[in-house]
Design a protein around this ligand. Structure first.
Ligand SMILES: Cc1ncc(COP(=O)(O)O)c(C=O)c1O
Length: 377
């Protein structure tokens, strides 16, 4: 079976982890926490990094920094993982959805302004499957309406966005370094992994201080075990950070492999007319987190059937997200009832992603492509 993902820990990971074990710094203090936070924030062009135990916690902490109140609203895409909606709901606010773009599968930014009300406090763009969201229109809405931008960059380590593309002062920015506050996941299928792990980035020192408190039970500096706010234990361990630092040292090599993979899949699959392949907009440098494909109607089957055929041929896949508006758990909470987002609904039924790990070889990739062709006939 060719696995959908296999991490490659081929740098100084072992050496750094061995240092944690031999020095006894195995918990959430130690030199690797600071070093990883600094290295990752610097790589993404942000001032402060706050390492946490996973990407879901990073989103929770990022949303927590905004002091959301009951009745406040945050606009987010329907097509994403539940962690995004969870961060909003668990901070007492209400998620408000928009559909996704049929080409990039990211939030359709043209739908956002019509969803803004007097209760809107923030917008949460989610960069999907390696491709950036078109951020400039969201930043402009943020300015116009006084909203914060919480960027979910879990899937786009190393992706770049061309800001100001119609102006003389255009510049490439790192995803996760664009909004007021951003969240990353370092789960084992991410470009950079710490096994489980996450990070919040921001340029705002008030948010950074708040985020450090929220990940650490809101302990006060002036009086231990005396609490004026509620936080969680969302701390990352020094061992995880040691792996993260070693991975960050190799990020360019990892991204080169991802880009090679994306282009190689494209070359081999682009002639198959019933497949929609990932795009790379001129204003984006996409990193092919997972090589994702959508079956057009002419394929005559949905992604579940296609995945079963591929499984029989020894190829592991994963289905696309199911829209937030189709989640019974939210309907039971009175959210998103009778809402429809046609692009999300179509791609969530017709989309899946192919083996895309850092360890994927050309031979395996060729075999996946042959199997894709077979499974479609
Ligand atoms: C877009 C997005 N946001 C958040 C998360 C949550 O990250 P984690 O699994 O580390 O909690 C994921 C996980 O894959 C994700 O894809």
């Amino acid at each position: 079976m060719i696995p959908v993902n296999e991490p490659l820990l081929g740098g100084r990971e072992k050496e750094y982890v061995a240092e944690c074990l031999s020095t006894g710094w195995i918990s959430s203090s130690g030199r690797f926490i600071d070093a990883f936070e600094e290295a990752w924030a610097a790589y993404c062009g942000m001032k402060y990094g706050i390492a946490v135990c996973n990407g879901t916690a990073a989103l929770h902490v990022a949303a927590g920094c905004l002091d959301l109140k009951p009745g406040d609203e945050v606009i987010m895409p329907s097509f994403t993982i539940i962690s995004c909606a969870l961060a909003i709901v668990n901070n007492g606010a209400k998620p408000v959805l928009v559909d996704c773009d049929p080409d990039t599968w990211c939030m359709d930014v043209s739908q956002v302004e019509s969803r803004i009300t007097s209760r809107t406090r923030a917008i949460m763009p989610v960069h999907i499957y390696g491709h950036p969201v078109d951020m400039d229109p969201l930043l402009a809405l943020g300015e116009k309406y006084g909203l914060k931008i919480i960027e979910d960059a879990a899937e786009v380590h190393g992706a770049k966005y061309l800001s100001g593309r119609d102006s003389a002062s255009s510049r490439w920015l790192s995803c996760g370094g664009i909004g007021h506050i951003s969240a990353f996941s370092f789960y084992a299928n991410k470009q950079i992994t710490t096994g489980e792990g996450g990070m919040v980035l921001t340029n705002d020192h008030v948010f950074a201080e708040k985020a450090r408190g929220l990940r650490n039970l809101c302990f006060r500096k002036d009086r231990r075990f005396y609490h004026t706010d509620l936080g969680n234990n969302f701390r990352m361990t020094n061992i995880q950070a040691a792996i993260g630092l070693a991975q960050t040292e190799r990020i360019e090599e990892i991204l080169r492999h991802k880009r090679w993979m994306g282009k190689a899949y494209e070359e081999r699959l682009r002639h198959i007319s019933c497949l929609q392949l990932p795009v790379e907009k001129p204003w984006a440098r996409q990193v092919y987190w997972m090589y994702s494909i959508v079956l057009r109607e002419s394929a005559g089957m949905d992604a579940i059937k296609f995945a079963m055929r591929l499984q029989e041929l020894g190829i592991e896949t994963r289905p696309f997200f199911i829209g937030m508006h189709e989640q019974p758990v939210f309907h039971n909470m009175g959210l998103f009832q009778n809402e429809h987002y046609p692009v999300t609904e179509r791609i969530s039924r017709q989309g899946l992603y192919l083996p895309s790990g850092i360890a994927l070889t050309e031979e395996q990739l060729n075999s996946v492509c042959e199997s894709v062709k077979k499974a479609l006939t």
